[in-house]
Ligand binder design. Structure first.
Ligand code: HEM
Ligand SMILES: [Ca+2]
Ligand SMILES: [Ca+2]
Length: 318
């Protein structure tokens, strides 16, 4: 395995952070692990199709903050503040119970063997597969953190009103490229967002720099969000919200991206617009780039080496 060389503690080949150990780590020590995770993800998505989106996002919000170490799963306690109450996560992240159920079954079959961080990475992959997207081998061997950082979660995860410069900077901050950013944004081909996250779109039916959203699209959002209920949701992909496909990019080209940050991929920068055009035209290029970037995302360390552990319960340190 070639570790990604990075600075700032990301990448996992410095100090005692360890490294990923390959995709067949559990073959001998917990051969049922991947089948158990897949079955649980498939069941969860069957019961609630949005769960595929939610599980994918959990892995993203984990990896951005101190790497893929399941920090996002730690519950707050009287003397510990985790990441769950950070602005990008609060009243927004879902799927914790699915991860709990997977962990419980794995602890029964092979105690303290499969890390919560590896479960997150695998559940994210399986969610994409179940929703009709590409598959890839998940590199295993992440350890679970003993800590979390609410401050970092607040600062490092991009928000929905980010400019293109902001988006690129926040991805580059964790050593992900502009291309990774555009490809990974394709995750918004499924799932939902609250009205508060796209309020800026309700005003902006005429965008001087890019494709003009149809009045119908903007009006339907205005109507949806006119009810003052902070939990009202819209589909991130208005056409195929439950399918993992390249429709998200097609929507962007017709001005029908939901989040301001989504639409900025077309209006804000020539390089990102060209990638959007490529992915809108060619699903297989999108699938290839998406899985490459997911593997890169999943390699964000530290993998915490001797400092980490394999939690028995994903919500708390041992
Ligand atoms: C490029 C910068 C990104 C921004 C600004 C962004 C922002 C957001 C926002 C505001 C929401 C709605 C949250 C809510 O209303 O509760 C959302 C949902 C979502 N995001 Fe992102 N996101 C970005 C990148 C990503 C990436 C890289 C992934 C995964 C690889 C991802 C996966 C998702 C998914 C699947 C949902 C729907 C979740 C659900 O329905 O439960 N996003 N995102
Ligand atoms: Ca983390
Ligand atoms: Ca879709």
């Amino acid at each position: 395995i070639v570790p990604k060389t990075t600075g700032e503690g990301y990448g996992g080949d410095d100090d005692d952070c360890g490294d990923l150990l390959g995709s067949d780590l559990y073959k001998d020590i917990c051969p049922e692990a991947e089948a158990i995770i897949f079955a649980r993800v498939r069941l969860a998505v069957f019961q609630d199709t949005r769960m595929a989106a939610s599980l994918l996002r959990l892995h993203f919000h984990d990896c951005f903050v101190n790497g893929c170490d399941a920090s996002v799963l730690l519950d707050d306690t009287d003397n510990f503040v985790g990441e769950k109450t950070a602005a990008p996560n609060l009243n927004s992240l879902r799927g914790f119970e699915v991860i709990d159920a997977i962990k419980q079954e794995l602890e029964f079959v092979c105690p303290q063997t499969v890390s919560c961080a590896d479960i997150l990475a695998t559940a994210a992959r399986d969610s994409v597969v179940v929703a009709g997207g590409p598959s890839w081998d998940v590199q295993m061997g992440r350890k679970d953190s003993l800590t979390a950082s609410k401050a970092l979660a607040n600062n490092i995860i991009p928000g929905p009103n980010s400019t293109i410069g902001n988006l690129v900077a926040k991805f580059q901050n964790v050593n992900l490229s502009l291309k990774d950013m555009v490809a990974l944004s394709g995750a918004h081909t499924m799932g939902k967002a609250r009205c508060t996250t796209f309020a800026a779109r309700l005003q902006d039916s005429t965008n001087p720099n890019g494709p003009e959203a149809s009045l119908e699209f903007i009006q339907s959002l205005q109507q949806l969000c006119s009810v003052s209920d902070s939990s009202t949701l819209a589909n991130l992909d208005l056409a195929t919200p439950e399918m993992f496909d390249n429709q998200y990019y097609v929507n962007l080209l017709s001005g029908e991206g939901l989040l301001p940050s989504d639409q900025n991929l077309v209006t804000g920068d020539e390089q990102t617009r060209e990638l959007v055009e490529t992915y809108a035209q060619d699903m297989s290029t999108f699938f290839q780039d998406f899985k490459d970037s997911m593997i890169t995302l999943g390699r964000l360390g530290p993998f915490t080496g001797t400092k980490g552990e394999i939690r028995r319960n994903c919500r708390s340190v041992n």
